[in-house]
Design a protein around this ligand. Structure first.
Ligand code: PMP
Length: 432
């Protein structure tokens, strides 16, 4: 496959844009480097690059594009919004409509606020939890990603429940000391954390189904116990549903699992492809936010008409009959096919899947936490990834990311993908 244009554009990009990309994972660091592909057009489940090569896309822009690229109803909603004026700086009816729609879908959102990204949504829930509880510390689970604000760019220290260390230059040690990182699915480590720091903890931040070290479901009862312990110690439970909301059903992962937080952060899918974030939760907690309360959050672009229109249109598409059945059916086909091919080529692999989102790990262990995901074979993933890309299958360039199906993928796409995977597994097997 000829990708001369991508080569040229990437060297030009590196002259002007730091690292040639505007978000680090796009630079293929997670697969040992290389030239990222410059896409110029997308429709449904497909991409075309600057050399006119076609790809079946499983990146889904890291999650938002569940309705497929350039969905006509979403495109039309954005066009109408543009014609009516892109930004007012005043309240609009669209904000009411969308807030009501989110509340109807995710009942724990007694009140909501719109922001512009998942990062902002999570960052603000932490501020509000601190304002509500009068405490400073937060707990997060190792390997979960919650955006790029200082507080959540903190890694685990050594040991099962330790104060964090900065995970990025520029995050101060004092900030890292306010974050405690615990292994996911380890209730005893969480209990120990609360016993040690319980009266200093404002909130625990949880991806209810993890999407950031592959798709990892909570062990039965884990989230219920997290809720119980957290509330016993007077702290709040925040779900980061930036990846998970509307992914598995029309509603949150919390509705899918039947466990409910005090506050929720949202993003990605709810914008239908435009920038968005939202947060919300219990009314007595949300009342801490300005203009009613002392916790400040604002935004020039917050609740802008285009993002509202796009989000409303996207949720309308997802509310149609059969959407999640389709995603699940194709997810099952993909999982079965990938596992059969791994066995055929004697490659150790395991798939974690929730409906239309799955991760293929190169390793035989069941993945329930970050250490296990981290121990899977990144070199084999890189070979697989590059082979798939060269055959016109666009995956996320990291062993930790999920494959996201859209409602526009077809059985025929899965068959083509598995044909490519047959060859990609053979390439991996050739290195064994
Ligand atoms: N939370 C989670 C769970 C995420 O996966 C992400 C982005 N991958 C974020 C927050 C940050 O969202 P954004 O990139 O929109 O700032």
């Amino acid at each position: 496959m000829n990708r001369n244009q991508s080569e040229l554009l990437f060297s030009e990009a590196q002259e002007h844009i730091l690292g040639g990309v505007n978000s680090p994972s796009r630079a293929f660091k997670g697969v040992g480097g290389g030239t990222p592909v410059f896409m110029k057009r997308a429709s449904g489940a497909y991409f075309w690059d600057e050399d006119d090569n076609q790809y079946i896309d499983y990146l889904g822009a890291y999650g938002p594009i569940i309705a497929g690229h350039a969905h006509p109803a979403i495109s039309q909603a954005i066009q109408t919004a543009a014609e009516n004026g892109l930004l007012y700086g005043t309240p609009t009816k669209l904000e009411n409509q969308f807030a009501k729609k989110l509340k109807d879908a995710i009942p724990s959102l007694e009140k909501v606020r719109f922001v512009n990204s998942g990062t902002e949504a999570v960052m603000t829930t932490i501020r509000v939890a601190r304002a509500y509880t009068g405490r400073d510390k937060i707990v997060k689970f190792a390997g979960c990603y919650h955006g790029h604000s200082d507080l959540v760019l903190v890694a685990a220290g050594s040991g099962p429940a330790t104060l964090g260390t900065p995970d990025s230059a520029g995050v101060t040690k004092n900030i890292a000391k306010e974050v405690i990182t615990v292994p996911f699915n380890d209730i005893e480590a969480y209990r120990a954390t609360l016993e040690k720091w319980g009266d200093e903890i404002a909130a625990v931040l949880v991806e209810p189904i993890v999407g950031n070290f592959g798709m990892v479901e909570p062990a039965p009862g884990f989230l219920q116990q997290v809720n119980e312990l957290t509330h016993k110690h007077g702290a709040l439970v925040i779900y980061d549903e930036v990846i998970t909301a509307f992914r598995f059903m029309y509603g949150g992962a919390q509705d899918y699992l039947g466990v409910y937080p005090d506050m929720t952060a949202l993003g990605k899918i709810i914008g239908g492809g435009l920038p968005i974030g939202a947060y919300g939760g219990r009314v007595d907690i949300m009342e801490k936010v300005a203009p009613l309360g002392p916790a400040y959050q604002a935004g020039t672009m917050a609740g802008n008409p285009a993002s509202m229109s796009s989000g409303i249109a996207c949720l309308d598409v997802l509310a149609e009959d059969g959407v999640y059945e389709h995603l699940n059916h194709l997810g099952e086909m993909l999982e079965d096919g990938l596992m059969k091919l791994a066995r055929k080529h004697h490659v150790q692999a395991t798939v974690n899947r929730v409906k239309g989102a799955l991760t293929l790990y190169f390793g035989s262990e069941t993945i329930t936490n970050y250490d296990q995901a981290n121990a899977t074979n990144g070199e084999q993933f890189s070979i697989f990834f590059k082979s798939m890309l060269n055959q016109g299958i666009n995956l996320a360039p990291s062993k930790f990311e999920a494959w996201f199906l859209t409602i526009k993928h077809t059985e025929q796409d899965i068959i083509k993908t598995l044909e490519a995977a047959d060859y990609a597994f053979a390439e991996v097997a050739a290195t064994l």
